[in-house]
Design a binder for this molecule. Sequence first.
Ligand code: FAD
Length: 380
Amino acid sequence: MSHDVIVVGLGGMGGAAAAELAARGLRVLGLDRFQPPHELGSSHGRSRIIRQAYMEDPAYVPLLRRAYERWHELEAETGRVLLRRTGGLMLGAAGSTAVTGSRASAVAHGLEHDLLDADQIRRRFPPFRIADDTIGLYEHVAGALDPELCVRTFWERAGAAGADLRAGERVTGWLPEGDGVLVRTATGEHRAGTLVLAPGPWAGALLGVPGRHLEPTREVMHWFRPAAGLGSFRAPGFPVFIWETAPEAVFYGFPALEGDDGGVKVAIHHGGRRVDPDAMARDVQAADVEAMRAFLRPHLPGLDGAHLHGAVCLYTNSPDQHFLLGLHPECARVALVAGLSGHGFKFASVVGEILADLVTGGGTALPIERFDPGRFDRAP
Ligand SMILES: Cc1cc2nc3c(=O)[nH]c(=O)nc-3n(C[C@H](O)[C@H](O)[C@H](O)COP(=O)(O)OP(=O)(O)OC[C@H]3O[C@@H](n4cnc5c(N)ncnc54)[C@H](O)[C@@H]3O)c2cc1C
């Protein structure tokens, strides 16, 4: 076999895995149906929130600590700024997941944070128009990653460490064969000892049994130009934020960042409908813009100005909205990551390390029990 490991999908997750595996000295073949970074999957749009007081579950916090370390290492090695620290504000009513969930993680793991009442929020962060019963959790370490630059950096690191990376080669299937794995593509076949599957929104077709549970949804990012200028939309007075305005109604955004072309990026979290990534509307429609304005008008009226542009991106949702990350339940020579449910990018640096641990050693010291890819197929 000419390769030790094949990595399928070289977006945020597979790119990180290919870079890590190549750095460890393995002979890596990386395959992607497109040329990353591209706009057809999940890792584009100039910014991704990174934070530690994790509302989704305290089980993510040890991975987040490691993710920060690994992003900083990558920055030190490349001299690039991948992560901009802007501070992060989670907003909601007293019982909201945004605030109580973030607080639970912060308390469980001793993370530095400020709990803010409505008056404190208004004083520190004037653009947010909040109700008197809105509270906030502020975290200094939160910020924004540049997804295109991260994906490009993983690709370059992997290539520089000797990985054989091929864009424009679509994988059609895989199976265990002898003491390795056979991967079929639209143009040929490849063999290696082990396999990493990181196909993002296309995971349903490639993962086998665990893939049956995944649902891609179409999500739209928007850039608006504030009528009064960008002045009050810069960090730290305007940090990255996630705002649960009502149960199941969440929107988020970023301060004005380099690369936003004079706009401010905002989006609805889990606002989209289920789609087939190969047959869906890729253009941004009037209804998408109106849905976004319905959040901005009452909550961030200063941003309800000109709509500069929008971009479609895909979430890949699992039934419980937690990741699938581990060895394939039907083949221990295959490691997979999928179902990141719209919150995975910040973990790419540590996911690359975990996937590399799994295919080289069959396990990892990092705590991933929560993310068992077989959990939806077990009897309750
Ligand atoms: C609008 C939006 C906002 C988000 N905001 C945040 C955020 O603020 N913070 C955060 O942490 N996360 C966020 N996320 C989620 C995060 O971006 C994703 O979890 C992450 O980018 C997924 O990376 P991936 O590598 O799994 O997928 P991708 O980057 O899409 O990579 C998958 C790759 O696999 C390739 N591929 C697929 N099938 C095949 C095949 N058959 N053969 C060969 N190649 C194949 C694709 O071409 C693609 O390059 C957001 C996502 C979206 C869409």
